[in-house]
Unconditional design. Sequence first.
Length: 109
Amino acid sequence: MAKTKVTFDSDQLDYASELMRALAHPLRLRIIAFIDRHDAIQVNKIYNTLKIEQSITSQHLKILRLAGVVSAARDGKFMKYSLNYDCLEKASKAVSKFAASESSSRAMA
């Protein structure tokens, strides 16, 4: 069998790694699901409703924001968060495609 040279774009790999890290946490998934049920929501509603400490909520939202999963906008003295559905859709498709590829590779082995 011939070997194929595998190359990765390091910037894309870094971004993909940060995105998957951001999405692979149960509490962050709860936060994403909660924001999804609203169009945009203030941070205080997130931590009060989900019963999470404010500082922990802010840390998780920062990770999601840096990964491009959520966007933040100032609303008076509060920050209002909304989801970047384009980013989430692309991540979902990539994971599904990878999982399908892995399943077929295992079936052929």
